[in-house]
Design a protein around this ligand. Structure first.
Ligand SMILES: Nc1ncnc2c1ncn2[C@@H]1O[C@H](COP(=O)(O)OP(=O)(O)OP(=O)(O)O)[C@@H](O)[C@H]1O
Length: 257
């Protein structure tokens, strides 16, 4: 995406500039996290990338297509903080419904759903209803649901924010495992700097609204990422560096005020 600006509202309602000249190139298979203060425009940027919002200015291409076309071609999967599962359908029926309404249901779909539920560790819970699952399991089901369409790009907006710290870390490890097997491009929003560093190839730090990129930090901690890396000094160095960049004393552009 290039030169993206997003202004909500109008002159009479009081305009809010959420993003200003926001630009980002994400190579295929990369795991990128967006972090920044509350209200800086992270979800706005994600919605624009997913074709859910039309920016005021700028262009976005996903795999060479405008986002709306990419979404219609099922190239984009989305996972939100609150799982979007229908409570009256089982886990596998939730996946099946998405394939059906997307016009993607075929003879291979049952096998694909079973394979995806196995990948996220939910084979034994395929016939359970969302209320019978823990918060972490519901998020795994949401991830499976998004993966069933085999998108090239997964957009994840604070998917683990509602989980306790231990479940959240377990989900981080699971997500990296899923990612290593399915190799999607992932754009991940989080408020946790440590989560961003643990998961990502690259962390994009944003300024307070209007959101701009303050820093684009490559995380060179090796793959597959060992959960023990969280206790290493290099991990702590990345976290400290990013936390400093996000402190209110930094002006846009990443220089101290
Ligand atoms: N539909 C809307 N109409 C008007 N203003 C909006 C709308 N959606 C978002 N905004 C404003 O745009 C700014 C960016 O919002 P956005 O939700 O993208 O931020 P965020 O970084 O994802 O926030 P958070 O971390 O709190 O989830 C905020 O000031 C918000 O109030």
């Amino acid at each position: 995406m290039h030169g993206i600006s997003m202004v909500y509202g109008g002159p009479s309602g009081g305009a809010v500039t959420a993003l200003e000249n926001f630009g980002l190139d994400i190579p295929e298979n990369q795991f990128v996290s967006l972090i920044g203060p509350s209200g800086c425009g992270k979800s706005t940027a994600l919605s624009i990338m997913a074709g859910l919002l039309q920016p005021t200015a700028g262009t976005v291409l996903i795999n060479g297509h405008p986002p709306l076309a990419a979404r219609r071609a099922h190239e984009i999967g989305m996972v939100f903080q609150q799982p979007v599962l229908l409570p009256w359908r089982t886990v596998e029926a939730n996946c099946a419904l998405l394939l059906t309404v997307s016009g993607q249901w075929n003879a291979d779909s049952r096998r694909r759903i079973a394979e995806t539920l196995a990948l996220v560790g939910l084979s034994e819970f395929a016939r359970r209803y969302p209320h019978e699952l823990s918060g972490g399991m519901r998020q795994r089901a949401s991830i499976a649901r998004a993966l069933c369409l085999d998108p090239v790009l997964m957009m994840m907006d604070e998917p683990f924010a509602a989980l306790d710290e231990f479940s959240r870390h377990a989900m981080n490890v699971e997500l990296l495992n899923i990612w290593s097997q399915r190799r999607k491009t992932i754009v991940f929003i989080t408020h946790s700097v440590a989560e961003a560093v643990f998961l990502s190839d690259r962390v994009i730090a944003m300024s307070p609204r209007p959101g701009r990129i303050v820093a684009d930090v490559a995380i060179e901690l090796g793959r597959p990422r060992d959960p023990e890396i969280r206790y290493a000094s290099e991990f702590g160095d990345y976290v400290t560096h990013l936390q400093r960049l996000l402190e209110p004393g930094f002006v846009r552009g990443g220089r101290p005020a």
